[in-house]
Design a protein around this ligand. Structure first.
Ligand code: BV8
Ligand code: ZN
Length: 237
């Protein structure tokens, strides 16, 4: 399955596009690109630090919680998320691939050393400098994928494999506009999966869905999960 910012909307975290979207308030190019970090490291660092604080203050919602059950329901289930907020994991999901990285960690731009964000934020400097084993002194950056950057090694491969393998592909809370993530929907569809979309609004990918639930994820996902569980119990007799 594939999730996006809409799944975290009911946890109080804003989405990116649409009327109240984050990208309506700031320019993507000023914050979510490697060039932006190069030009204005302090501003970019502070902006992500503020998003990290909001993320920490947020709690997983009924949509995140419902998806935890899917791990036990389908053996090849994989939760592919574009979200960097870690709320799926905080809800209890373990089989998660974070296509766009995570804001729970920072990493050194020079040596790649990884630092938990809550620790990085206690270090001096905006952004702080790397103080790992080698103390290379490089800037720490959020461990997220910016526009124009490659996805984490192996993440897309695992995601494609699961999209090709499953009978059902669930897409929830994403506008389906950022690639290569959005391409997974077509991959699943071509491989013969039943594509289900959960989104109150029509999206760029709605045409690929066999089934659409035009509802918030926090309502549709728990209900869908209950229905699958009931069907399971009935079919086991
Ligand atoms: C790459 C992390 C190879 C950081 C993000 C043309 C020009 C330039 C570039 C491109 C181009 N064409 C394609 C590209 C590539 C580019 C891209 O796709 N651009 C698009 C915009 C055209 N992609 C990349 O650059 C990717 N890398 O391709 O590498 C490469 C490398 C070098 C050179 C060439 C190729 C990397 C992209 C990663 C970007 N990082 N985030 C951060 O967060 O700060 S992207 C950002 O969008 C988000 O973080 C999120 O991860 C992603 C997707 O957004 P959504 O999750 O879908 O959120 P959105 O707001 O859009 O939608 C929310 C939906 O929820 C709505 O539909 C709404 O109706 C719904 N909703 C609302 N409430 C609810 C709900 N649904 C359910 N329940 C609710 N309650
Ligand atoms: Zn370093």
């Amino acid at each position: 399955m594939l999730t996006g910012a809409g799944v975290s909307a009911e946890s109080g975290l804003g989405t990116f596009r649409g009327a109240d979207g984050l990208w309506n308030r700031v320019n993507v190019e000023d914050y979510a690109t490697p060039e932006a970090f190069h030009r204005r490291p302090a501003e970019v660092w502070r902006w992500y630090a503020e998003r990290w604080r909001r993320m920490q203050a947020a709690a997983p919602n009924a949509g995140h919680q419902a998806l935890v059950r899917w791990e036990g329901l389908f053996p090849s289930y994989l939760l592919v998320t574009q979200n960097i907020d870690g709320l799926h994991q905080r809800a209890g999901s373990r089989a998660v691939v974070e296509l766009h990285g995570t804001l729970r960690r920072a990493r050194c731009v020079s040596c790649g050393a990884s630092v938990e964000m809550h620790i990085a934020l206690t270090l001096p400097g905006e952004p702080p400098r790397c103080s790992g084993g080698e103390a290379c002194g490089g800037f720490l950056r959020p461990d997220v994928v910016w526009f124009g950057e490659m996805l984490p090694a192996g993440a897309m491969e695992r995601a494609v494999e699961s999209a090709e393998a499953g009978d059902v592909f669930l897409v929830a809370g994403t506008s389906g506009t950022v690639f290569p993530a959005a391409g997974l929907i077509e991959v699943a569809r071509r491989a013969g999966a039943l594509v289900i979309e959960v989104n109150p609004e029509e999206t760029a990918m709605s045409g690929l869905a066999h089934l659409r639930f035009a509802e918030p994820a926090g309502a549709a996902l728990p209900r869908l999960t209950e229905e699958i569980l009931e069907w399971r119990n009935r079919s086991r007799g």
